[in-house]
Design a protein around this ligand. Structure first.
Ligand SMILES: [Zn+2]
Length: 321
């Protein structure tokens, strides 16, 4: 005979940990499905632990923070780094489907909203490695035709979050020579910045002693570029820099290019191609069915990435190198 009170007390004690919460629920529901526990008992345990459970359920990557004992350092000089724990997306998908089967609609809504908000704020790597695989598992638990409007909007919102957050908007080709300022604020750098932010000047010439030219050179080569793509670190300069060794002092010649945009765009293209392939691995029939309900544009917008592509006219403008 199952001691419900003890099971609930045990669960409540440990359930603040996402990994435990997910494993516990998966085990509980599986035991119910296999008739090892009566359905009414599963429902009872479930109802009692859900208030504690919902805050613990998460699609965010879990990092186990094994706390090292004070004397650990004597036995093992290198403490183990925190290791990411794989989120069990199958268990979360199962949990949602069982909430639905048990008619726990208020709790279900809380979970849907929480997972949606996690997806819409997740970084690209999490969307690709956790959210999309979860969506695949979730669709597997749904029986077509999918009538439930909340399930439909949930699927729609997760695909939307993936496309917007993982692929992101196609980078716009610069239409003029305006570039981000890079100077340190000194008088020479102010000269440099005036040139950099000038939308018309493609080439700038700075005649000055070697030390000062080197200072400008180092500013041009340093840091991140200025189109607002947070991940990109400058590997290849977006400037052609040379020194004209005629006259005295010599002249630093700086020519602006579109290289940074080109590279950022190449990276976007790689993500876009990968995303299209990944989206194809979702259950196509169910996705079509869900998105058809979201308006006739929704399928093309999301699955063909139209939502994050620039109109051809905008992107093709100017063939400047
Ligand atoms: Zn400076």
């Amino acid at each position: 005979m199952l001691n419900l009170r003890r099971v609930v007390a045990f669960a409540k004690k440990h359930i603040v940990k996402t990994a435990f919460a997910i494993a516990f629920v998966a085990g509980l529901l599986k035991a119910g499905e296999e008739d090892r526990i009566g359905k009414s008992e599963v429902t009872q345990i479930f109802r009692q632990i859900l208030p504690d459970l919902i805050p613990a359920i998460s699609l965010k990557p879990v990092v186990s923070n094994k706390r090292a004992w004070p004397d650990d350092s004597m036995m093992d000089p290198k403490p183990e780094p925190a290791t990411p724990v794989q989120v069990d997306s199958e268990a979360i998908a199962y949990l949602l489907s069982q909430c639905e089967a048990l008619g726990l609609s208020t709790k279900l809504e809380q979970l849907y909203s929480k997972l949606e908000s996690e997806a819409s704020s997740a970084d690209g790597a999490t969307l690709d490695s956790i959210i999309l695989p979860f969506l695949q598992k979730f669709l597997d638990t749904q029986q077509p035709p999918i009538h439930n409007p909340r399930v439909r909007s949930f699927v729609h919102n997760l695909i939307l979050a993936y496309v917007k957050g993982y692929v992101q908007m196609e980078p716009t080709q610069p239409t003029d020579w305006r570039r981000a300022a890079k100077g340190c604020g000194c008088a020479d750098c102010r000269q440099l910045d005036n040139f950099l932010v000038d939308p018309v000047r493609e080439t700038g010439e700075f005649s000055m002693a070697e030390k000062r030219r080197n200072h400008l050179n180092s500013k041009l080569m340093s840091g991140r570029h200025g189109y607002g793509f947070a991940y990109y670190v400058n590997r290849e300069s977006e400037f052609d820099i040379s020194t004209a060794r005629v006259g005295s002092p010599h002249t630093l010649v700086v020519r602006k290019t579109d290289r940074t945009w080109r590279r950022v765009h190449d990276e976007w293209q790689v993500r876009a191609d990968k995303a299209k392939e990944r989206l194809k691995t979702l259950d196509g029939i169910k996705v079509k069915e869900v998105l058809a309900e979201m308006g006739k544009e929704a399928y093309e917008d999301l699955m063909q990435l139209r939502l994050v592509k620039l109109a051809p006219a905008v992107n093709g403008a100017g063939n400047r190198r």
